[in-house]
Design a protein around this ligand. Structure first.
Ligand code: ADP
Ligand code: MN
Length: 352
């Protein structure tokens, strides 16, 4: 039987996302809209593969997303905690209605999960950063109250000024995190800290670069390696930008999830060779294994997970407010944010 546990290395977001004991998969509480989006994107991929493989050099959106494996329904949904109250003969109608509403909502959330590739599974000492994209953070379905609240957040943060905002980080303590004010982080296990949303919300156009410098400052890596990371992510962002220009989608409150390896022995084994794009989740045996630098290391060679490892990755996540919008053109709200991110990363490379 599979045992589930809370996903530990999370940079931001709600509770309730689970992983299996080996940390290969992620189970995210499913909403209808996010489920629909993953399924719709998968269908366009199948369609495109049939139609043409030749004249499309750009990377499709799906290649920037975690591999979607399907939907999991809990085999036996346990009865909601307060179901016995429903039998209370003295219950008034208003309370009854509220109870039914609560149990409905609860069931909706607890029963169904998206099963995704765990993007952290191939990292040994990951540093994780969640960057929320877009100046507009809500979709048309949002309530008036939510629209007002998120407009305010946007106006007061770099969401408004730059079209992106740092949502959170889960990183190892480093020489630059030492300067963090106490209200911006919590201490975790094994020398990790969680940088909270208030940190990201308090950044400005003027100091946003320092936030990325802090993210890339893992003490275990040489300055050459840290510079290499900045360049690699810059290249990814350029490719991602081109992807976005070809995709007709509207995505609100989606994030770019940055991950890099802080364990220098993995860098040694990989001879500092990173890959720009992820290796296919299912495609573990097609690599020429004799060329794999990790084969040299007996201990790790037995661990197939590390054969698929990269030194860093960038993915688009969180599609709870995303949909396909054929014939509406590219998503300007997202494209503008990535454009500004590119500018920051261009500058980052000038300082090791
Ligand atoms: P929410 O809707 O709660 O914001 P997200 O999809 O944005 O959920 O995920 C929240 C956090 O969980 C992210 O910041 C990231 O750290 C982690 N996470 C989400 N999906 C994955 C994944 N497939 N693999 C690894 N970590 C993930
Ligand atoms: Mn999120």
């Amino acid at each position: 039987m599979v045992r589930y546990k809370e996903l530990n290395h999370k940079a931001a977001g709600h509770d309730g996302t689970l992983t299996d004991e080996e940390g290969i998969l992620v189970f995210k509480p499913a909403t209808k809209q996010e489920t629909n989006f993953y399924q719709a994107i998968q269908n366009t991929r199948n369609f495109n593969e049939e139609v043409s493989k030749t004249d499309n050099y750009d990377i499709p959106l799906i290649d920037w997303m975690p591999t979607f494996l399907g939907i999991l329904d809990e085999g036996q949904a346990s009865p909601p905690d307060n179901v016995h109250l429903l039998k209370d003969p003295n219950l008034d109608e208003a309370t009854l209605k509220q109870l039914i509403k609560d149990t409905d909502n609860k069931d909706m959330r607890s029963k169904r999960y998206l099963v995704l590739e765990n993007l952290l599974s191939t990292f040994r000492k990951p540093n994780v950063l969640d960057v929320k994209l877009g100046k507009i953070l809500y979709d048309d379905n949002a309530t008036k109250e939510k629209k007002e609240r998120l407009t305010k957040v946007s106006n007061e943060t770099t969401s408004g000024s730059l079209g992106f905002r740092i949502c959170g980080m889960k990183i190892r303590k480093n020489k630059l995190t030492k300067g963090l004010s106490e209200s911006y982080f919590e201490n975790g296990n094994d020398g990790y800290i969680s940088v909270n949303k208030f940190y990201g919300r308090s950044r400005t156009k003027e100091n946003i670069k320092d936030a990325f410098e802090m993210y890339f400052a893992d003490d275990e890596l040489s300055s050459e390696r840290r510079l290499k990371l900045k360049t690699t992510f810059f290249q990814r962002l350029q490719l991602f930008y081109n992807t976005l220009l070809n995709e007709e989608v509207r995505m609100f409150s989606s994030s770019l999830l940055f991950i890099y390896e802080g364990d220098s022995t993995i860098w040694d084994l990989r001879h500092d060779e990173d890959r720009i794009l992820k290796s296919d989740f299912f495609d573990s045996d097609s690599d020429d294994e004799s060329e794999d630098p990790l084969e040299d290391d007996e201990e790790i060679a037995t661990d197939t997970a590390y054969k698929k490892s990269s030194l860093s990755s960038m993915h688009l996540i969180d599609f709870a407010h995303s949909r396909l919008t054929p014939s509406l053109g590219y998503d300007e709200n997202i494209v503008d944010g990535v454009d500004n991110l590119l500018k920051v990363f261009e500058e980052l490379q000038n300082h090791a």
